[in-house]
Design a protein around this ligand. Structure first.
Ligand SMILES: [Zn+2]
Length: 343
């Protein structure tokens, strides 16, 4: 058997979607060879009640991810398409901004990229802070990390306030909340002091691997690869949502309003419509992040996990309560995407 920390540390996010796909495969290979894990998968296979599916949608790495892939014209198109999908489905999303992505090659803020954020506000979406430069609290000094958060609100705060809103949400880059209780407490105190509420994630996933591969295909004009990746992305995400519904049952003892993490990718500009439609057919309702966090589950402590992984709040709660790690079994896997798109 593997230890909890061993299992969860292997899920630490890597910038390279190709490498991570392989790493995750190895991890899942180990899972599959555990009799306990297999038994748990069988027990968990029963579908859940559709009306319990309440989801707050959060979208990271605004204005557009992955960084440096897309021309300004593509960024404008992706933003318009993504926002149209959210508006059409009446999803009250929160988008989390990395202001370093607002700058041109010379490090000068580009008003055309700032205008992309204004589009989110004009579409009645909320904006939050995701750090200026997407720094990991696990890899840099906490003081530097905190300065990066302040630096990351220079453009966003005035935009939000001019629109009559309030900059109040923070999402940890990589979901890295600190490798010690001291750092976690320091960061939390800092965020509270600056008027931020931490945006947790309960449905984490490998969407970013699809998103990276899809961006490459999009830039290359490879329609065939885009379609293969998009189709498989929707399939995969439906399994992921079902998995985390089951995880909530196991960890909290009931279904909870979930917080989904996805990114501002071309992938979602083109395929989020299909994903949302399929989830709605399963009874999903879109709620605000505020509404989700009203559930008492979100009062649970998350400080029991100080490992290297960027893991969901569901798993942080379960580790803090010292639950048996075999309950994590059955997480859907992202296939080898390079192999998937081979003709
Ligand atoms: Zn991010």
């Amino acid at each position: 058997m593997w230890s909890t920390l061993e299992l969860l540390d292997s899920r630490q996010k890597r910038p390279n979607w190709k490498a991570n796909g392989l790493m995750k495969k190895q991890w899942l290979h180990r899972l599959k060879h555990s009799a306990i894990a297999l038994a748990t998968i069988l027990v968990l296979a029963a579908p859940l009640c559709a009306e319990d599916l309440q989801i707050a949608v959060t979208i990271d790495d605004l204005p557009i991810g992955p960084p440096g892939k897309h021309s300004l014209a593509q960024q404008q198109l992706i933003t318009s398409q993504l926002l149209k999908v959210l508006v059409d489905h009446q999803v009250p999303a929160v988008g989390f901004v990395n202001e370093s992505k607002l700058e041109d090659e010379n490090g000068v803020v580009d008003p055309a990229r700032v205008a992309l954020l204004q589009q989110w506000l004009d579409a009645d979406m909320e904006l939050g802070n995701h750090g200026y430069d997407h720094l990991s609290l696990h890899r840099v000094d906490p003081e530097l990390w905190m300065a990066d958060i302040v630096k990351g609100e220079q453009q966003t705060r005035p935009l939000v306030e001019q629109a009559g809103g309030e900059l109040r949400w923070f999402r940890h880059p990589f979901l890295h909340i600190g490798r010690s209780t001291e750092v976690q407490t320091k960061a939390r105190t800092f965020l509270n002091g600056h008027g931020y509420r931490i945006a947790p994630v309960t449905i984490d996933n490998g969407e970013w691997m699809y998103g990276g591969a899809y961006a490459d295909a999009y830039v290359a004009g490879d329609q065939s690869a885009m379609q293969i990746l998009g189709d498989d992305y929707v399939r995969y995400m439906l399994e992921v949502v079902s998995y985390y519904q089951n995880q909530a049952e196991l960890i909290v003892g009931q279904t909870i309003p979930q917080v989904l993490l996805i990114h501002a990718y071309a992938l979602n500009a083109h395929y989020l419509d299909r994903l949302l439609t399929a989830l709605q057919q399963d009874g999903a309702q879109w709620i605000t992040l505020d509404q989700a966090l009203e559930h008492p589950a979100y009062q649970r402590r998350v400080d029991g996990y100080t490992g290297a992984g960027g893991i969901t709040w569901l798993h942080r709660w379960s580790i803090t309560e010292k639950m048996d790690p075999s309950i994590y079994a059955g997480e859907p896997e992202v296939p080898d995407l390079e192999q998937l798109v081979q003709p």
